[in-house]
Design a protein around this ligand. Structure first.
Ligand code: ZN
Length: 399
């Protein structure tokens, strides 16, 4: 699509939009379901009602055949070309633990690892230490001081942590120190510039602190990435947006595009419904709602759990809609087929209800009906213009 076209046509009004994302929603034919998908097999009267009165289609998250991570897949849904707006692994890790990154911060993922007496990596994950142990080790590293930068070390999970360097003119053209295989030494950091010097010094100090620990006596660094600020969803689409998500990474990605992050208490669909209401009362006109369990079930290959996760969302849907939306979109960020136990490239069903739609094509929300739906197949980045148009927020192009 012509870049900047949508932004030029944006016109503000009072319409309210809900973008509800059932993570990993899409699936493929499953034998134990008689060839149906979990979405087809699930009892979803609320979504079926919206499907009948709205329009369905399928979105392609990145490009045909490309399997996305949840980060880029969400950026696509928010109208950001995920290939243009790339978020490095290190940045996603820091956002994932709720760290507030600033423009120019350099972030990297940490793996605690085991070295033998010759300095050779014998376990790249230090025996998958517990998260408690990880927190303990991170506490040993937080006091590392390096001239020219402020350093933050954050625990993630098990053997995983991350580090953020805050300073001036840092670069992220730094290779992984993880050799990728056991039996090799960590890859040395050889560059002569300031950023390489900082990383070298951090590794050296971390090595001194951890040398007597067992099994995690060193760290490997991967995925160096600079945090770059994106144009906000308000600047681009004139929306005052809020995120109602329970998992840190999704709050992080929403924060990247300038959404306000709502607190959810309790941390379940009840708390989310309250947060949706509060966001609307607070003047937000675009709410991103995230529902995680379908993706986790898909990654576990648990068909029944995925069906339950979808049904749970459907039961909670009236409480989300109660606050009053003019346009509602329900979709997934990508497919997580249970037989694959992984994210996949398959297109994802989209439901748009509200505003003028070619309705009557569908009677239920499913992959099959989405294929025959009025919206056809389109790129994930086109969802945002469709929602803006449905909400009367896009003016005509030309006379
Ligand atoms: Zn996802």
């Amino acid at each position: 699509m012509y870049r900047g076209l949508v932004e030029k046509l944006v016109q503000k009004n009072d319409s309210k939009i809900l973008l509800a994302v059932i993570d990993g929603l899409g699936d493929i034919s499953i034998e134990e379901l008689g060839g149906r998908t979990p979405l087809e097999a699930a009892l979803t009267p609320e979504m079926d009602r919206l499907a009948a009165g709205g329009a369905l289609g399928l979105h392609i998250p990145i490009a045909r055949g490309i399997t996305p991570g949840s980060g880029p897949a969400h950026l696509g849904l928010f109208g950001y070309d995920p290939v243009k707006y790339q978020v490095g692994r290190g940045v996603l890790a820091a956002l994932g633990v709720g760290f507030k990154l600033q423009h120019g911060d350099l972030a990297a993922r940490i793996n605690f690892c085991t070295l033998n007496e010759k300095g050779i990596v014998t376990d790249r994950r230090a025996g998958r230490i517990s998260t408690e142990k990880c927190v303990e080790l991170v506490e040993m590293l937080v006091d590392i001081r390096i001239e020219g930068v402020v350093t933050f070390v954050l625990p993630v999970k098990q053997h995983r942590a991350c580090v953020v360097f805050r300073g001036n003119d840092l670069i992220d053209d730094i290779g992984d120190t993880d050799p990728g295989l056991v039996g090799h030494r960590p890859v040395p950091v050889t560059g002569s510039d300031e950023s390489h010097r900082i990383v070298r010094e951090f590794l050296q100090k971390a090595g001194e602190i951890l040398k007597d620990c067992n099994p995690a006596n060193f760290i490997l660094l991967r995925g160096f990435a600079l945090h770059r600020e994106f144009p906000s969803i308000e600047e681009r689409f004139g929306l005052t947006a809020a995120a109602v998500a329970l998992y840190p990474m999704y709050r992080g990605v929403a924060g990247l595009v300038g959404m306000d992050i709502m607190k959810c208490s309790p941390e379940d669909t009840t708390g989310q419904a309250k947060a949706v209401k509060k966001a609307l009362q607070g003047g937000h006109d675009f709410i991103f709602l995230h529902h995680k369990p379908a993706d986790s079930a898909g990654e576990d290959g648990n068909v029944q759990a995925k069906i339950s996760a979808i049904e749970k969302f459907d039961r909670a849907l009236p409480s989300f809609l109660e606050s009053g939306f003019d346009v509602v979109c329900i979709t997934g960020d990508h497919s997580t087929p249970c037989p694959m136990k992984l994210h996949s490239w398959h297109s994802v069903p989209v439901l748009i209800h509200g505003g003028p739609q070619r309705s009557g094509y569908s009677s239920a929300f499913s992959e099959k009906q989405a294929l025959a739906g009025a919206l056809g197949s389109f790129m994930s980045t086109e969802i945002m213009p469709l929602l803006l148009a449905s909400a009367g927020k896009l003016a005509k192009f030309g006379a």
